[in-house]
Design a binder for this molecule. Sequence first.
Ligand code: FE2
Length: 380
Amino acid sequence: MASPSSSFENHLPRRVITGRGISQSLAAVCQANGWHRPFIVSDSGVASAGLLGPVALPLRAETFTEVPPEPPIDVVDTIAARLKTSGADVVIALGGGSVMDAAKVASLCAWHGKTAREFVGIGKAGGRGLPTVLIPTTAGTGSEATFVAILTDPATGNKVGVVDPCMLADIAIVDPALTDGLPAHITAAAGMDALVHAIEGFIAKVATPLARGLALEASRRIGQSLEVVCREPGNTDARDGMAIGSHLAGMTFANSSCCAVHALALPLGGRFHIPHGVITGCFAGEMMRHNAPVCADDFATLAVALGWGALDATAFASRLDAIAASIGLRTQLRQTSVLSDSIATMARDAVAIRRLMDPNPREVTETDAVRIYQSVLNCA
Ligand SMILES: [Fe+2]
């Protein structure tokens, strides 16, 4: 069992507002905080789903809706330039993880007058940026609750991280109604990613007592809701459960860490452009099988929280595999052909991501990483 650190800090957004339909009160929230020149960051998918208009129009806000998936680092500089010329006094992100991550870093760039590249790494912010309001439209990344932003370096194709508590949101608004119309394949991938956040945040060597508690409540809600919402997309109770569960799972790893599943996901996602949640969902079972010898107690505790009853560690890992298959993630993964001669390089790159590998409860060697990639990708 991972032993929580004896000294720790808690990292949370300054304020969290949750509730079905609560995003409609955004104009009042801005007014109450003295923000009069809001700037909205979003993407074309959110705009075409009809979510942007009801938020942007009452605010008369300027908008930037061109954040691409896996946002390249340069797009952050473009947003920052727009923020400066608009005289914005608050950045509102309306979207999934890509949108929120881009907005978090852009708020730093605009305030400090630096490029996004200058913030890559851990603890490079040097102070908070423009105020941020983060509003997720998917239930998965938990980015509204974290101080991590993942961007893509177009020069290398590698994913890079900006990690600094100064990026914690001024306000996170979690409105489950914004997820009601999400397509099934995104609901499944994002939801399984949230489950992996809760599991890895619980078992990480650096998990704080707060993170351990948050992980169990996140697991309880996700366990009740994930498979239901994939079967019944119109089930609003399940949508609510996933929205709050994924938010709590984001808070979990903000006060702990993600681990080896996420380390394996970064090189694979960067090279082959597979959705992040598809990868973490498909790799969770095999990695937990690897972790099983040192995680028996933790997996037993998580299994009960998830509503799975008494399971041993191997059965816990198999249950994760079964869910990934039943909600269609294995099918999504098979749609991309991964070149097997990339595995050695990806394994080397994954093991080098020490911020994710060091907290993993059991060491993952390069040989282990090759075996796990081969096993999951069926390239053996
Ligand atoms: Fe994730």
